[in-house]
Design a protein around this ligand. Sequence first.
Ligand code: AHZ
Length: 308
Amino acid sequence: PSTAMPTKATNGSNGHVKVTDNVKVLEDLADKWDTFKFDHIRESQVSRAMTRRYFQDLDTYAESDIVIVGAGSCGLSTAYVLGKARPDLKIAIIEASVSPGGGAWLGGQLFSAMVMRKPADAFLSELGVPYEDEGNYVVVKHAALFTSTLLSRVLGFPNIKLFNATAVEDLITRPSTSNDGKIRIAGVVTNWTLVTMHHDDQSCMDPNTINAPLVISTTGHDGPFGAFSVKRLVSMQQIDKLGGMRGLDMNTAEDAIVKRTREVVPGLIVGGMELSEVDGANRMGPTFGAMALSGVKAAEEALKLFER
Ligand code: AHZ
């Protein structure tokens, strides 16, 4: 069998790596199953192929421009807009779960189809996700179609790295220049989630850090990992108390979340359902337009800060 490997990788117009030579096509395999064999590999090659890249990424992103905490529908939408607008920025996404997607990856989406109220259909059109138009809202046939398309676009950007199974355990802070007891957020403290979950029964396992002038927190409403950054702002006495997420009211909730997407303390933008805990906003249940557009707005707020 041919041992030819793809020899040339170029950056396509969208910045994604494209392999151009010696590409095998599936038809080449047809009817050859009797003599079929994978190219030989030594186990250490697999280990090194993964670990070299992972640790290189840890090194590269130890100084990032933006850290997005949480890869749910809001965090991923934020990442998409930022990755597209600013290929020059280094953007790290930290996701506590093994699987990115948050509530949009079926966690909060029992009935498969995803509803987005207009005008969030604009975001679906931007991504190329097909939907049925129902007048005042649109329906994607499966939430996973939205999430997987968004995820593939985000992960395709060469300047974005997703660290999954990794939890943000704390925020890095600096005193504000006005010396008024206020702080600015200057990065995050991370750990592998399995380690984070064992601080109670193991002696302290020291975490890792990422310095960044801007953190965008989209960790969802309160839960085992949710509302992480805003809860920490309370314990650090940077905001008095949390408003606490209110009951379900789709109309009130979605407008409020988009409107209130903002820099809550210097260096920390909050988006998505984490905001409902800060402001005491209603929840919307399974309609996802506000998550996409809060992400778009969080990204625009971030872009303004980088243009200054
Ligand atoms: O695992 C969490 C999830 O994937 C992740 N996360 C939370 N804390 C973290 C931490 N470090 C790293 N400390 C962390 N990752 O953040 C992600 C949040 O995703 P989500 O889908 O829960 O939040 P969202 O704001 O993007 O979307 C909310 C979706 C909801 S909830 C809701 C309701 O309850 O009414 N309605 C909608 C549309």
